[in-house]
Design a protein around this ligand. Structure first.
Ligand SMILES: O=c1ccn([C@@H]2O[C@H](COP(=O)(O)O)[C@@H](O)[C@H]2O)c(=O)[nH]1
Length: 224
């Protein structure tokens, strides 16, 4: 199996992102670039990071009306990301149009319920059900829309995968038992996430915030 860990390079500093990527490149399977990096560095920054030679996961979590999201995906198409995120809450038509606009080599995956949320947050937003039900419902919608997979926490990945055996399951909110959770609320260990069916593990601060990022990436890899 290729390395399942994608490192989240959450920084606006292109030189820092590039240096981190070069340090950990032999211990991870890909580079995840999100809003913080993209707002600061745009498409040119993504192109520079692609020179590291690892698959690029563009985590922009697009969420708008179908036409706007489809046009945004078209604008990103020259970057040919390996993976691109949109929000499942944007609805079936938005997901269908995003997938249709994406290059054939790009896996489009839908964020179901952010790992920084718990059921109290769901209730505050007017959703009475459990995190499990919310993820399973949105995963079914993403599948019907023709997407390649979803983003969910490790707590729901087994249930989502049992309903979608060939889906791509991206799991952030991954921590070693001793790790600080920070703003993440639905957290599992890398080993548990993989055992339960995760395809890709997204790891940011446990690697990028470590005194020795390549050792941290190796330590996580050793648990898998
Ligand atoms: O539900 C989600 C979706 C995306 N993310 C992203 O993953 C990383 C996690 O970073 P850590 O430092 O390991 O917490 C970050 O880039 C998020 O934007 C997520 O955490 N949860």
């Amino acid at each position: 199996m290729t390395r399942p860990v994608f490192v989240a390079l959450d920084t606006p500093d292109l030189a820092k992102a590039r240096a981190l990527a070069e340090r950990v490149r032999h211990h991870v399977g890909g580079l995840k670039l999100g809003l913080e990096f993209f707002c600061a560095n745009g498409r040119a920054g993504v192109q520079e990071m692609a020179q590291v030679g690892l698959p690029i996961f563009l985590d922009l979590k697009l969420h708008d009306i179908p036409n706007t999201v489809a046009k945004a995906v078209q604008a990103l198409a020259p970057l040919n990301p390996a993976i691109l995120t949109i929000h499942a809450a944007g609805g079936r038509a938005m997901m269908e149009d995003a997938k249709a606009a994406a290059p054939s080599g790009t896996k489009v995956v839908a964020v179901t319920m952010l790992t920084s949320l718990d059921e109290q947050d769901l209730r505050a937003g007017g959703i009475a059900g459990s995190a499990h039900d919310q993820v399973v419902r949105l995963a079914a919608l993403a599948r019907e829309a023709g997407l390649d997979g979803i983003v969910c926490s490790g707590a729901e990945v087994a249930a989502a995968k049992s309903a979608w055996p060939d889906g791509l399951f991206v799991v952030p909110g991954v921590r070693l038992p001793s790790g600080a959770t920070g703003d993440q609320k639905r957290v599992v260990t890398p080993r548990k996430a993989l055992d339960d069916g995760a395809s890709i593990l997204v790891v940011g601060r446990p690697i990028t915030g470590a005194a020795d990022p390549d050792q941290a990436a190796r330590d996580i890899g050793a648990t898998l």
